[in-house]
Design a protein around this ligand. Structure first.
Ligand code: HEM
Length: 407
């Protein structure tokens, strides 16, 4: 039996409920939001620590540290929530690879959750103590939390990288012919790939600071000197961090499988050129008012990265005889319609409502009063939630009645 036949036999016999390309596009698209918050969180954690340690230099550092501690606190919850969507999509089209890799390192896959909880608790401990009068050792909570988050990223990376190496699974499963079911090892790490992705935290948090300075520019209670400090720091972190990322990207490119022709693929080079171009834009065109546009360019760069990861996966698995295009398709229209309407209705209206309220409320000093438009949006969000819950349960009940009571 060939490896491709084994991989295809491990697929879900029920098939996929729609065109595989659609799930691939959703996978690539939704991962951008996950990694955006991963990078923002890691960058914010690092700045929170730096700000705390440098707080004696100026009040701006302390203020930045407090602010970035809050950003990271929310960032962790968002990166977790936003990790779910790509997780579901990769399990739909790459289920043989994902599950095999998770079982081969099962202890780590489970330990990932436990360590993430510990890391998040440590971050909250730092959050509750991070103030002017706090003693220096308090920072150890933050350093430990950051180390755990980085380690969790490494576990995530190893699970993905192992899933791209099916030809080595048997060696890991039964080294020397003896079956090892402990799942106690991380079997493969590609440092160039992991370090490159993680290094993007510097440009990411730099771009965030540029947008942050623009966002708070309307607040009369925030010292403009602090915002200038944040903008200058953001520019520096981005401009000095990008070349490091570029070097790591070139290392990753040189580390790709030599027989896959990936090194010559235009997408990898486009990613490298875009990274250099973004650093140049930030260095020369980051005057006040351009923060949002630059941040959006950073998100576009992450879309390139996401697509590049997928190009690598396709190129590596194709020679083994695995392609998502030949996955059995069993279209399930009710689920597809429920999914699409939930995404647009609940995601668009409820998510849009929260985002609008948060955006507007943060720009006002003191009490925020919602305008007519936001009030309408909130009514629409509540209405759509009621419709959604009613549809969800009615549909489930109808299927249950059909299965249990009808012949
Ligand atoms: C601190 C916590 C986390 C960090 C630092 C982190 C970091 C990363 C990194 C660096 C990658 C890309 C690795 C690579 O391509 O080599 C990745 C991919 C991914 N992460 Fe996370 N992650 C975290 C938590 C989570 C959580 C909680 C979920 C799920 C709810 C999640 C879901 C995913 C998925 C689905 C992928 C892509 C999988 C694939 O390519 O097949 N991550 N993460």
């Amino acid at each position: 039996m060939t490896l491709g036949a084994i991989l295809n036999a491990m697929r879900d016999p029920a098939g996929v409920p729609g065109a595989p390309g659609l799930f691939e596009a959703l996978f690539v698209g939704t991962w951008v939001f996950h990694i955006a918050f991963v990078l923002l969180t890691l960058g914010a954690c690092a700045l929170a620590v730096a700000g705390f340690l440098l707080r004696e230099r100026s009040a701006h550092w302390m203020r930045l540290s407090t602010s970035m501690t809050g950003v990271a606190k929310i960032g962790v919850s968002l990166l977790i929530v936003l990790g779910v969507a790509p997780l579901l999509f990769t399990q739909v089209i790459y289920d043989p690879q994902w599950y095999a890799s998770n079982v081969l390192s099962a202890s780590w896959a489970l330990g990932f959750i436990a360590t993430l909880i510990v890391g998040y608790c440590l971050w909250f401990a730092f959050y509750s103590k991070n103030e002017e009068a706090a003693k220096r050792p308090v920072v150890l909570y933050a350093v430990a939390a950051l180390a755990i988050f980085l380690f969790d990223g490494l576990i995530m990376h190893a699970l993905i990288y192992q899933s791209l190496l099916p030809e080595r699974w048997m060696d890991w499963y039964a080294p020397g012919g003896v079956v090892d079911t402990s799942g106690a090892r991380l079997h493969a790490i590609q440092w160039s790939r992991y370090l490159f992705i993680i290094s993007l935290s510097a440009p990411a948090v730099g771009l965030f600071l540029l947008a942050y300075a623009d966002y708070f520019a309307t607040r009369s209670d925030i010292d403009p000197a602090y915002l200038t400090f944040a903008r200058t720091l953001g520019r520096k972190v981005c401009v000095f961090g990008s070349p490091v990322s570029l070097m790591l990207l070139l290392w990753w490119m040189s580390d790709l499988p030599s027989d896959s022709r990936l090194v010559a693929h235009p997408l990898g080079w486009l990613l490298a050129i875009s990274l250099a171009a973004l650093a140049w834009l930030v260095a020369t065109k980051s005057a006040p008012g351009r923060g949002y546009a630059l941040l959006a360019s950073g998100v576009a760069l992450l879309l390139l990265l996401s697509a590049w990861r997928e190009v690598i996966r396709v190129a590596v698995l194709a020679p083994l005889g695995y392609s998502i295009d030949d996955y059995k398709v069993n279209v399930d229209w009710p689920s597809a319609i429920l999914f699409a309407t939930t995404l647009v209705g609940v995601g668009g209206l409820v998510g849009g409502f929260y985002l609008t309220v948060c955006y507007q409320a943060g720009r006002v000093r003191g009490l925020y009063t919602a305008g007519v438009g936001v009030a309408r949006l909130s009514s629409a969000a509540v209405a759509i939630l009621i419709v959604w819950i009613a549809t969800f349960f009615t549909y489930g009940a109808a299927i249950w009645v059909k299965n249990v009571f009808l012949p």
